[in-house]
Design a binder for this molecule. Structure first.
Ligand SMILES: [Fe+2]
Length: 310
């Protein structure tokens, strides 16, 4: 109710009116995410490739392609380079990974935390908790996720793995072309760390989100094929790395309903790009744009080398 008192407008509202609107429940939020997911899963492979072609550069070896990649990153928050790694390098990484994962499986079955000179494996014993705990551990650490995240293994400090030392992953992460693109950013970034994320039959992958609203780039290199949606590819929403109506609305909803302020229940569906790609392909994205990993079919495997620049 409002009325005027002299020149002053007086509004009377119940103090708990806002509270009565209620908070969005996890179930309600999931239903919105499910709608978006349904849209993504109904995309045809042709439609996905059409969306992908608009953010792809053939390689990073010419001035023209470097400029194109830098422009895509600036305007769309993403660029993709198919076959960034040659087959021989990919094969070596795959061999190293199969040795790594047989060791990880062996140790995570028996102990909550295992460690030797070259590797630590954390499963049920959660002594390392934060992202920094893992990165700062100084050696490769495989975090074998439990419960609803079963099937996920995050390997931190992957480049320090003795089996792949000869591949010089740091050199790959600091590829001349890549660094020239990154140096063109308003605030230049440098290599922070290299991890490997492995998923097998993971259903629950969280919803669309922003990592943060800062200056944070990631390069994802597929070390296994993810050529259709059953593999649960990485998925990015182009153009959402800039301030705009979707970010503003997502922040308002998150604030109002006390969600993490990086959740993104609202997504422009036409801009969603599931990154279908063969092993060796690379996708570089601005992490202040909306993204998620898609759920996988049972027994489908996905492996990504994740290079972070800050
Ligand atoms: Fe993320």
């Amino acid at each position: 109710m409002k009325f005027k008192l002299a020149n002053i407008e007086v509004r009377i509202a119940r103090a708990n009116a806002k509270k009565k609107e209620g908070k969005i429940t996890t179930k309600e939020l999931s239903s919105i995410y499910d709608d978006h997911l349904e849209h993504v899963m109904a995309l045809t492979v042709d439609e996905i490739h059409q969306r992908l072609s608009k953010v792809t550069v053939p390689d990073l070896n010419s001035v023209e392609n470097l400029e194109k990649a830098a422009t895509l990153l600036k305007n769309e928050g993403i660029f993709v380079v198919p076959d960034f790694l040659d087959t021989e390098t990919v094969n070596k990484i795959q061999n190293a990974n199969s040795n790594l994962f047989s060791k990880v499986n062996e140790f995570s079955r028996e102990k909550g935390f295992y460690e030797d000179d070259s590797l630590a494996v954390q499963s049920t014993d959660g002594r390392l908790k934060t992202y920094s705990d893992f990165v700062d551990y100084g050696k490769p650490v495989a975090c074998v996720r439990q419960d609803e995240d079963k099937g996920m293994v995050d390997v931190f400090n992957y480049d320090k793995l003795s089996e792949i030392a000869a591949l010089d992953l740091k050199g790959i992460a600091e590829h001349e072309g890549l660094m020239s693109i990154i140096s063109k950013r308003d605030t230049p970034l440098s290599l922070s760390n290299i991890n490997l994320y492995f998923n097998k039959g993971t259903k629950s992958r969280g919803g669309f989100h922003y990592d943060d609203y800062g200056n944070n780039l990631k390069a994802f290199i597929y070390t296994l094929d993810a050529t259709d949606l059953s593999f649960g590819p990485y998925c990015y929403v182009k153009g959402t790395h800039m301030d705009g109506p979707y970010r503003k609305l997502n922040k308002l909803i998150s604030d109002n309903y006390k969600l993490n302020d990086t959740e993104a229940p609202l997504v422009p569906t036409k801009s969603i790009i599931p990154i279908l790609a063969k092993s060796g392909s690379m996708v570089v994205t601005d992490q202040s744009g909306i993204h998620r990993g898609l759920p996988q079919e049972e027994n489908a495997e996905r492996a990504l080398m994740v290079i972070r620049y800050r």
